[in-house]
Design a protein around this ligand. Structure first.
Ligand SMILES: *Cc1c(COP(=O)(O)O)cnc(C)c1O
Length: 393
C-alpha cells in the first residue's frame, strides 16, 4: 500500500466527519416499499426513495423479470453493437418512443450513462452548451466530456439564459440543457420559456427528465406536460426512478438516435442492460400506457403531504412536485433531524454539500403512490415532534 495515497484518503475522510458531511450508509432489509426495514429497525415509513409509483416491487414487473430470466438468461453477454442487443431491447425502445410520442429512443444502462453518452456525442469543439446551475451531476460530467464551450446560467433565470445565448452567438451550434424537474428542490423548469428563447436564438434544447419520467404529464414527462415535446430536441428519461428498475434512455428524432448508436461511448463500450431489467421496464411502460391511476395517486399524496408540512410551519422551498425538501439550512441540523426522524420510524435523508450548496442543507422527502393516508399522517406526526425538538418549527 502506498503511504501517500492512504494518508490522503484518511485525511479526506477525517475532514468530512469534522464537517458533518460524511454520509452513513443506510441499509434496507426489505424491498423498496412504503414501509421498510432499515438499519435493523422495522416498519419504517420510507420517504427517501425514488420509487414514486411503487413499481420497483410491483407484481407485474417482478413477473416480467422472472420470465425474462427464464427465457433470455441473466445477462446480455456483450455491448449493444457487438452482440448484446436482444429483441427485448429493440421492442423496449419502440415502446418508449411510442409512449413519449417521438420518432425514436435509445436505451442506456442508466440515466447517468445516458447523459455521459449523449452530450459529448452531439456537441463538439466550436459548439456551446448552456446549462442551468442546478443541473444534475451526470449532466455536468457529460458537458465536461464534450469539447464545447460551457456557459452556466442562473437557475431557471430566463434573463441569465438570454445573456448566455447572446454571448455565444459565434458558436456553430448551441444546446440548452435543463433538468425537467430539479432533483434537490423539486421545482419544474420553465420549458415553454426555454423553448421560446431557443427558437429565437436558434439553439437546440435537451431536457433531463429523470424525475419527470413517470411523474409529469401522466408519466410522459415534463416536455409532454407543457406540450412542447415536439420542440425539445433531446429528452432523457430514467428507467431507474418512477419506472422502478434500472436504465435510462434518450428520446428524439431518428437522426439523433442513429448518430448515438454510432458514437455514444457507454452504448458502444459498456454492456447492454440485462434482459430482466429490459423486460420489467417494458412491463412498467405497458402499465403506464394503460392508465395513469398510479400517477394520479402519487399527485394526491403529494398535495396531502405538502399541505401537512406547510400547516406545521415548514419551509419546503420552491417545490412543485413530489420531491419536497424540508429546509434546515444548517448541515448539523439536517443530520440531527434525520436521526430524530428515524427514531420516530421515518426514513427521510439529510441532503448536504456537495449535493446542494453549503448552508442549503435539507431533509428531502418524497411521498409515493404506495403510501396510505395513515402512513403520511404518521410521518407528519414524526416531523412535528422532531421539528419541535430541534427548534425548526
Ligand atoms: C437520478 C438522475 C440521473 C441518473 O439516473 P440513473 O438512472 O439513476 O443513473 C440523471 N439525471 C437526473 C436529473 C437525475 O436526478
Amino acid at each position: 500500500m502506498n503511504g501517500n495515497l492512504q494518508n490522503w484518503l484518511q485525511e479526506q475522510l477525517n475532514n468530512l466527519h469534522e464537517q458533518n458531511l460524511y454520509k452513513q450508509q443506510v441499509v434496507m432489509d426489505t424491498p423498496s416499499g412504503a414501509r421498510i426495514s432499515v438499519n435493523d429497525r422495522d416498519n419504517v415509513i420510507n420517504l427517501a426513495s425514488n420509487n414514486y409509483l411503487g413499481l420497483a416491487n410491483h407484481p407485474a414487473l417482478k413477473q416480467a423479470a422472472i420470465e425474462a430470466v427464464e427465457r433470455w438468461g441473466a445477462g446480455a453477454g456483450a455491448v449493444r453493437p457487438i452482440i448484446g442487443t436482444m429483441r427485448l431491447h429493440v421492442e423496449l425502445e419502440q415502446k418508449l418512443a411510442a409512449f413519449k410520442h417521438v420518432e425514436a429512443a435509445l436505451v442506456f444502462q442508466s440515466g447517468f450513462t445516458s447523459n455521459a453518452g449523449a452530450i459529448p456525442t452531439v456537441m463538439e469543439a466550436g459548439d456551446a452548451i448552456l446549462t442551468d446551475e442546478l443541473n444534475h451531476a451526470s449532466i455536468i460530467d457529460g458537458v465536461r466530456l464534450s469539447r464545447a464551450e460551457r456557459k452556466i446560467y442562473r437557475h431557471s433565470d430566463m434573463n441569465s439564459l438570454e445573456d448566455a445565448l447572446r454571448d455565444t452567438s459565434a458558436a456553430r451550434k448551441r444546446l440548452i440543457i435543463t433538468d425537467g424537474v430539479f432533483s434537490m428542490d423539486g421545482d419544474i423548469a420553465p420549458l415553454p420559456e426555454i423553448v421560446a428563447l431557443a427558437e429565437q436564438y436558434n439553439a437546440a434544447v435537451m431536457v433531463d427528465d429523470a424525475h419527470g419520467s413517470g411523474v409529469m404529464g401522466g408519466g410522459r414527462g415534463t416536455a409532454y406536460h407543457f406540450g412542447v415535446h415536439e420542440k425539445v430536441d433531446i429528452q432523457l428519461g430514467t428507467l431507474s426512478k418512477a419506472v422502478g428498475v434500472m436504465g435510462g434512455y434518450i428520446a428524439g428524432s431518428k437522426p439523433l438516435i442513429d448518430w448515438l448508436t454510432q458514437r455514444a461511448r457507454p452504448y458502444l463500450f459498456s454492456t447492454a442492460q440485462p434482459p430482466a431489467a429490459a423486460a420489467a421496464v417494458a412491463a412498467a411502460i405497458d402499465l403506464m400506457e394503460k392508465d395513469d391511476s398510479l400517477t394520479s395517486r402519487l399527485w394526491e399524496n403529494t398535495r396531502f403531504w405538502k399541505e401537512g408540512l406547510h400547516k406545521l410551519g415548514y419551509d419546503t422551498g420552491v417545490s412543485q412536485t413530489p420531491i419536497t425538501p424540508v429546509m434546515t439550512e444548517d448541515e448539523g441540523r439536517a443530520a440531527h433531524m434525520q436521526q430524530l426522524l428515524l427514531e420516530e420510524g421515518v426514513l427521510a435523508l439529510a441532503i448536504v454539500y456537495p449535493t446542494v450548496a453549503r448552508g442549503k442543507a435539507r431533509i428531502r422527502t418524497m411521498p409515493s403512490a404506495m403510501h396510505s393516508r395513515a402512513d403520511l399522517e404518521e410521518a407528519l406526526a414524526a416531523f412535528e415532534k422532531a421539528g419541535r425538538r430541534i427548534g425548526l418549527i
